[in-house]
Design a binder for this molecule. Sequence first.
Ligand code: 5RP
Length: 219
Amino acid sequence: MTQDELKEMVAKAALDYIPKDGILGVGSGSTVVKFIEAIARYKVKVDAAVSSSNKTTELLKGIGVRVLDPNECEPYGCYIDGADEVNPAFEMIKGGGACLTREKILASMAEKFICIVDKSKLVEQLGRFPLPVEVIPMAIGQVSRTLTALGARPVLRAGCITDNGCNILDCHDFMIPDAGKTEDLINAIPGVVTVGLFAHRKANVVLYATEEGVQTRSW
Ligand code: 5RP
């Protein structure tokens, strides 16, 4: 089975988590694209959504889903999104698609975070995937120096401007034994918008696709 087929499988399984009424939070990335395609294919009703990227907004509107401004919403029930890595504590690295800040905002508003991944994303320790950090452009130099002092090897993501008009530094060679502590440390650097560590707001449910089917872990 290809990674694409696994993503399709988990995207379809996530349809069961769409609330009958109320707002759905929708993340970004290729697994989420398949989730949005599945909503359309299986004609699942979505009352309204909040979206974590311009691309997701466009796709949702394209299938007739009403997309709301998060400022006009109260906290809501369910946020569905992919991840780049997930550890056994359900902490995640996200931001491979450069949407980490909006994803973190929507996740913070949701009662439940449903993470949808294929089995290749499950890891014992976070950090093999380069950790994305969204940075205000004038702070790239200083944030890079600080990240280097923390032990990372930051690389500016070429040609990437986020939906917020900022840049991404990807931290290579940076294993993360304590995700909560690292999230706090990096978020405290002046000029950092968000680090793509989701330790304080981790997933509640992880759906992961394997050749044998979709497995569910929850706490
Ligand atoms: C985007 C993200 C994505 O959820 C993450 O990169 C996983 O993407 P994909 O589903 O394409 O593997 O965090 O910012």
